[in-house]
Design a protein around this ligand. Sequence first.
Ligand code: SF4
Ligand code: F3S
Length: 113
Amino acid sequence: MTYIVTDACVKCKFMDCVEVCPVDCFYEGENFLVIHPDECIDCGVCEPECPVDAIKPDTEDDPSGKWLKVNTEFAKIWPNITRKGEPPEDADTWRDETGKFEKHFSPKPGKGT
Ligand code: SF4
Ligand code: F3S
């Protein structure tokens, strides 16, 4: 089992999650973060830290396993992030949007810290 980052993170990217992870297993994209499934120890402490509830156990993934695939794929190629940076200026305006991944997800890497 692992935890996974899901749609609500896209364009919000608040990064409170990275501050609490004991094994530093978050990886940063341009407008999204992912968890490395092989590094996550399933402690669950990041889940309540996300202001938009983007983090879920993989038992709550889509039936297709979509989010586990996204987290697995991009954790391999994006830089590690261990400290909270500045969220996007318009992050609050994206809080209630759904279907953000299909419309706005960027596969580009973030800067990492
Ligand atoms: Fe890190 Fe624990 Fe969250 Fe996994 S569940 S990403 S180990 S804080
Ligand atoms: Fe994303 Fe929530 Fe972390 S918005 S960056 S999963 S705190």
